[in-house]
Design a protein around this ligand. Sequence first.
Ligand SMILES: [Zn+2]
Length: 231
Amino acid sequence: MITAVLTIDDIASKNTPAIVDYLREKDIQAVMFAVAEWAEANYEEAVYTVKNGMILGNHSATHPSFSQISLEEGVREIERCEETLARIYRDAGVERVYRPFRFPYGDKGGANKAALQQYLKEQGFSKLRDTQIPYPWWKQTGLDKDIDTLWTYDFEEYRIRQGSDFTAEDAMRKIHRTDAGVSAPLLADGGSHILLLHAHDETDAMFPGYYKAFIEELLENGVTFTRPSFL
Ligand SMILES: [Zn+2]
């Protein structure tokens, strides 16, 4: 048995509704993380995610590296995105129940890490359930204590671009890797993952329907997608 929760970053893009339609067809609910600036630029596409049953989370206002900005700037980034998300949910006519947060690049803020975690806790952000994750490093590195949503497996499909040495074939091959270079082999029996994908239009231009290709590959290899739940 292999289970996985799907998360999709950098909402919204022009391609976002097509991704949502595909996920609905497969009965997969994803947590989608929005960057306020990009959700404002593709506002209808952002509203579409919530109207169609996806959970929209906070991924900052402008996608900075949190270790490169001050604590005050970090808090403002999170607040600005909260304002946008509140408006998106209101315009979608959907009650906002869960408020997950993901740091851009998984950068938890360096010297401000503890203060940012405290802030997220005090503000009532939602922690994605991670008690089922079996990889020892998850607890050894304290990720089980953090409020923000990291991932166990990154498809790295954003690296597929013009002039890059990382290809669609590499991304597909990575899914099957079991060597020590992969901290959580995706298809190992007993696995339980938080999967990271992105909604980049640039990736879809390079590898049309990339998200379908990955999800089909996982489904064919016995991965069960579970609905996101929160602690
Ligand atoms: Zn991102």
